[in-house]
Design a protein around this ligand. Structure first.
Ligand SMILES: Cc1cc2nc3c(=O)[nH]c(=O)nc-3n(C[C@H](O)[C@H](O)[C@H](O)COP(=O)(O)O)c2cc1C
Length: 161
């Protein structure tokens, strides 16, 4: 029973968002365990045991990263009857867009009938070429990721979800 943050990152941007969410959640939680796990390391049992999820992915080719899709491919049906009503939020790191990955994750999680606890954070790299891993993350986006972690952790501890 925990808050589970599932992430994948190739060039570090999503890692920064996921870590910020982890730190934010820890600062807001007294007793709730917070787990930060790379997508390939997450199995259905870990997802079922979670009381809330944060999904953090890069946008690649207008969609979530392949390893995040693999996570859903492996875990969707084994978790189908365990997720309804639990809160979730998305964190997406992108070169110039991020909406495709966000919508793709939302669409799959609709099938789990989870509760969207936050509109989601999209962190677009600043100053890089479109679609590249160059450019900096806006500190405000990293702060927003921290707030998402804090929001869900505090809400779970307070029993408001
Ligand atoms: C193969 C590939 C495809 C990408 N496709 C998109 C895209 O469709 N839209 C976008 O906004 N950024 C795109 N990007 C840029 C990444 O989303 C961006 O570099 C992001 O920071 C990657 O996250 P990461 O640092 O966690 O790996 C792409 C990057 C790669 C490597």
């Amino acid at each position: 029973v925990s808050l589970l943050i599932v992430y994948h990152s190739q060039s570090g941007g999503t890692t920064a968002l996921a870590r910020a969410a982890y730190v934010g959640a820890q600062s807001a939680a007294d007793t709730l365990p917070i787990h930060l796990l790379a997508a390939p390391a997450v199995d259905a049992a870990a997802v079922r045991a979670a009381r809330g999820l944060i999904i953090a992915s890069p946008e690649n080719f207008g969609y979530m990263a392949g390893l995040m899709k693999d996570f859903f491919d492996r875990c969707f049906y084994p978790c189908e009857t365990f997720m309804a009503g639990k809160p979730y939020a998305t964190l997406v790191c992108a070169g110039n867009d991020g909406t495709g990955a966000t919508h793709a994750i939302d669409r799959i999680i609709t099938g789990w009938r989870m509760k969207k606890a936050h509109p989601g954070v999209i962190a677009r790299r600043i100053g890089g070429a479109a679609g590249s891993a160059r450019g900096e993350l806006d500190p405000a986006d990293i702060a927003s990721a921290g707030e998402v972690g804090a929001l869900i952790a505090a809400g779970l501890e307070a029993g408001i979800f």
